[in-house]
Design a protein around this ligand. Sequence first.
Ligand SMILES: NC(=O)c1ccc[n+]([C@@H]2O[C@H](COP(=O)([O-])OP(=O)(O)OC[C@H]3O[C@@H](n4cnc5c(N)ncnc54)[C@H](OP(=O)(O)O)[C@@H]3O)[C@@H](O)[C@H]2O)c1
Length: 272
Amino acid sequence: MLKDKRIAILGSGTMGRAIAGGLLHSAKLKPGQLRATCRRKDAAELFARELGVQCVLDNAEAVTWAEVVILCLKPKDLTKVLEQLRDQGALSHKPLVISIVAGTSTGYIETVLASACPVVRAMPNTPCFIGKGMTVVAKGSRARATHIDLAREIFTPLGRFIELDEKHMDTVTGLSASGPAFMYVIIEALADGGVMRGLPRNVAIELAAQMTLGAAEMVLSTGRHPASLKDDVTTPAGCTIAGILALEDGRIRSVLARGVETASKVAAELGK
Ligand SMILES: NC(=O)c1ccc[n+]([C@@H]2O[C@H](COP(=O)([O-])OP(=O)(O)OC[C@H]3O[C@@H](n4cnc5c(N)ncnc54)[C@H](OP(=O)(O)O)[C@@H]3O)[C@@H](O)[C@H]2O)c1
């Protein structure tokens, strides 16, 4: 299905770039099948130069051309763009609209557009750029299984993909969309520990990052519970359990869980 589709990406910032870049790297579609938009001419030229994808300042032009429209705008910019598209009749051909906008429901988008377009909500993350992303999607009221199938074709080359009920999307935002930033802080902090013990900074970062990658891959590829995998590493009276007790003294579990809870609550407010 994807090889013939024309996709417009409205908003070519961090996520528009991650999605376009990930799709192009995967070679699942050609640059000519993508068209992006933004507000600033210099940003459009840079995007076009770096990704080889046409980037225009006219959202309606890109939407009229496309069969799939991916909304990669900040919540504060969304309503105005949707109203303009509606008033210009740019959606009369009923493209599939996929919104990655945090805190904004499919119901809201359907209401503002006042058109019969199917709407799917998606929450990807920045590792989509290198094909290691996590994307969760939810159906709007007019979206059907075929629309989810098309969304799956778009996001699967960018990493893992699952469908959930829309009520979970703010939590997904706080966990897997904000999560890369949490992990960068953790990787940096782990590396600091190595630096404190004398490792060169670049070596400490490489060790921390590759270890994080390996541990995540163990959870996903074995399907084992993280607690059981942790037990494999913790020899009785050994160094690892000593390190874990130090982490527990710092309330690492509740701090991380509260981080996700807080990010999810803020995400829920972003579209209001
Ligand atoms: N960043 C993440 O990790 C992440 C992850 C998942 C979901 N999201 C969601 O993705 C959305 C985009 O986030 P982002 O981090 O990519 O934001 P961003 O880097 O600020 O990009 C926003 C883009 O929207 C463009 N834009 C603003 N108004 C526009 C208009 N009227 N017409 C066309 N383009 C317009 C901006 O263009 P100019 O630069 O020219 O103004 C910019 O290219 C947000 O809703 C966010 O919640 C983000």
